[in-house]
Design a protein around this ligand. Structure first.
Ligand SMILES: Nc1nc2c(ncn2[C@@H]2O[C@H](COP(=O)(O)OP(=O)(O)OP(=O)(O)O)[C@@H](O)[C@H]2O)c(=O)[nH]1
Length: 675
């Protein structure tokens, strides 16, 4: 027995690589369910999914799109997730809310590696999933090789549920391996039952046997039947398929064509029979069955007409519009069809709905119960790409920060921080990710921004010591100014920062002026001879003199500046560039390419090793100058079919000189002159 509750509403995510056909599949599934009267097309911009202007403009999904439908009297919500690696945070979060995922991919073995990251996520979270090899209508379909390549990137066994019937090059139908029935595709209609072609009988029984042997790995009874050559009853096979899918032990494989209605009903029927229901999913997520109403938020959107929407799955009980909760009153309860919200009065166990205006509630939160947040919620993805940005209209910076905070609440893989040179730095997963955020700033918040590459936080330091005298004296007419000091400037080891030492004896510089000397030095160090902050040095105040009337804080501060301006050039100043410790993750076929990228960017390879928990992947460790990082992810993805990624942390500052340093200093001088 499986623990599914078929009569309760179920939720299914469509995930998989970019442009594999998820939005088209959603459209085909909704059409097959009778939820829409006409099947829209991506190229016509008529699909239910990809409804936002940002998605339509790019012909790609940039956020999850939901739609509900009944299939054979059972309620489903399908969530079409973005395939682009730049929008994976949303896909991962949505996967935490569903009972089952359909991984959509293309019938091309070379592209199988693109499925690896999402399969890894699904297995890490034990989310039941099946594979749908789409675009089976395309010429040169290589199903067998595709499956071999897919198996190489899946930790779980892939189990063919059907085999193709071909006419010439084209796949025209399939044979279901459980029912042993053959079907012929009919575009726009359900497939027609046909006789199993004689030529395929041998292939069919071999494929069926293989499927049964995989299932027998998890069922001793079935194993005994197979050993004794007993044909297991269909019910037993269906039961195993449901149980093993629910336990994320196997990955059943289907194929078809989203755009030409091939295999859609077969897929829907498999979901209907085999996918667990919300009670089993709640148990998998560690949510107790007993207790008051409970819902988990998997996506937050700040929408123009409805205000904040918290997209949620109901895990217990029922919620009603206007209901008062600990976290506030529900200000609108909606179900979504693509980008269109429809108000509903209630949402019950298993439903996917959006709660309006729950201001204090974040993605990942549990609403209604004592539990505050979902256990094992995916960590926000760390940033891989950045823009420095500013409001086009001066004075709009506070408004800009507020708008970005809302976008970051919608998508935790987007973040804003403040750079060392007063820049606001928007970080995210790639250029399109940030461009979409910038489009949304304009369309939703009416905020136009200008962007540039963030300034690399270079530093300066010194290599030699010196002693200098700084005197500031203005004693002609009116109140005079007098400050006079002697300082030693000396280098310190890397990472020491700035130390100020007071060695005044006998009050030659009175106590009250010493902080001003330190301040004057510190202010100078904000911008050294090359225009960058100076670090790793010690300044010692050794001597000086004062004037009883004309000395002041300001005069000693100025004397300190004068001493530093004179002393620093004598200390052999040098530019320091920030170097990051980077770990690049790639499938091992791409390891040599990753190493070449590092060398081509003035990096130092520290080594590489098998990536822990990622069979067939390597982790290349390297030091890379921060100046070489800005488009690293772009090059890495273009050389690794989009799957290569990296993590980074600041590691150390490193001296640079010669042409590289000259170019940096020139650019800095120009930037300061234009500031
Ligand atoms: N030949 C063929 N093309 C298809 C099929 N399904 C989708 N496509 C095409 O594949 C392209 C991508 O389709 P989408 O449905 O947008 O793919 P997606 O997976 O939703 O894309 P993202 O969400 O942006 O990752 C479009 O040009 C579709 O017309 C199919 O069954 N056969």
């Amino acid at each position: 027995m499986t623990s599914k509750s078929p009569s309760l509403p179920r939720a299914c995510a469509l995930v998989g690589p970019f442009a594999s056909g998820k939005t088209s599949l959603l459209e085909a599934m909704l059409f097959a369910c009778g939820a829409i009267g006409r099947q829209g097309r991506i190229k016509d911009g008529t699909t239910i999914g990809d409804a936002s202007p940002e998605a339509r403009a790019r012909l790609m999904s940039v956020e999850p799109n939901m739609a509900s439908a009944d299939y054979l009297g059972e309620k489903w919500t399908f969530i079409d997730c973005p395939g682009s690696v730049e929008f994976q945070q949303d896909s991962y979060n949505a996967l935490m809310a569903v009972d089952v995922a359909v991984v959509v991919c293309e019938p091309d073995p070379a592209r199988a590696v693109m499925v690896a990251p999402v399969l890894k996520f699904l297995d890490q979270h034990k989310i039941p999933h099946l594979l749908f090899v789409n675009k089976i209508d395309t010429a040169g379909t290589r199903l067998k090789e595709t499956l071999e390549a897919l198996q190489a990137v899946s930790d779980r066994p892939l189990i063919m549920r059907e085999i193709p019937i071909r006419e010439g090059d084209a796949v025209t139908g399939y044979i279901d391996l459980v029912s042993e029935r053959a079907y012929k595709y009919r575009p726009g209609q359900t497939s027609a039952v046909i006789k199993i072609p004689d030529a395929l009988k041998g292939e069919e029984s071999a494929a069926r046997q293989e499927m049964l042997e995989h299932l027998a790995d998890f069922d001793d009874h079935l194993m005994e039947e197979l050993l004794e050559d007993i044909q297991p009853p269909a019910d037993e096979i269906y039961d195993d398929l449901g149980k093993d899918l629910t336990g994320d032990l196997i990955v059943p494989v289907f194929f078809g064509s989203a755009e030409n209605d091939g295999g859609i009903h077969r897929l829907l029927k498999a979901l209907r029979h085999d996918a667990p229901g919300p009670k089993a999913t709640a148990a998998r997520l560690g949510i107790k069955a007993e207790g008051g109403p409970l819902a988990g938020v998997f996506k937050t959107v700040h929408a123009a007409h409805t205000g904040k929407l918290s997209f949620s799955r109901v895990w217990r009980g029922e919620f009603a519009d206007n209901q008062s909760l600990d976290v506030g009153r529900i200000g609108g309860l909606y179900v979504m069809t693509g980008g269109t919200p429809t108000k509903v009065a209630k949402a019950g166990l298993g439903d996917v709905c959006a709660f309006g205006r729950l201001d204090g509630v974040a993605t990942g939160a549990l609403i209604g119960g004592a539990e505050a947040a979902m256990a094992a919620w995916p960590e926000p993805l760390s940033p891989l790409f950045a823009f420095a940005l500013a409001a086009e209209k001066k004075g709009d910076d506070v408004k800009l920060t507020g708008a970005i905070a809302k976008l970051a609440e919608e998508d935790p893989s987007l973040s804003l921080d403040h750079g060392e040179f007063g820049e606001q730095i928007l970080r995210g997963q790639g250029e399109i990710h940030l461009q979409v955020a910038i489009d949304r700033l304009k369309s939703r918040f009416n905020m136009a921004v200008v962007t540039k590459k963030p300034t690399v936080p270079y530093k300066e330091t010194i290599r030699k010591s010196t002693s200098v005298h700084g005197r500031h004296k203005k004693q002609s007419g009116g109140h005079g100014q007098f400050g006079d000091i002697h300082i030693d400037i000396a280098p310190l080891p890397r990472g020491s920062g700035f130390h100020f030492v007071d060695k005044i004896v006998g009050g030659v510089v009175p106590r009250q002026y010493i902080p001003s000397v330190e301040e004057g030095v510190a202010e100078f160090l904000h911008q050294g001879p090359f225009g960058f902050p100076v670090v790793d040095l010690q300044v010692t105040l050794t001597s000086g003199s004062y004037h009883a009337v004309d000395s002041s804080d300001m005069a000693f501060k100025t004397a300190a500046r004068i001493a530093m301006s004179e002393g620093m050039p004598q200390c052999d100043p040098v530019l320091l560039e920030p170097v990051l410790a980077v770990e690049i993750s790639v499938p091992s076929d791409f390891t040599a390419k990753a190493q070449r990228i590092v060398s081509g960017r003035r990096g130092q390879i520290l080594g590489y090793d098998a990536k822990e928990g990622w069979q067939g992947w390597d982790a290349v460790s390297a030091y890379l100058p921060q100046a070489e990082m800005d488009d690293l992810i772009v090059e890495l993805r273009s050389l690794t079919m989009g799957v290569g990624t990296f993590s980074w942390t600041f590691d150390h500052l490193q001296e640079i000189s010669g042409r590289v340093a000259d170019k940096v200093v020139e650019a800095r001088k120009e930037a300061l002159a234009n500031a």
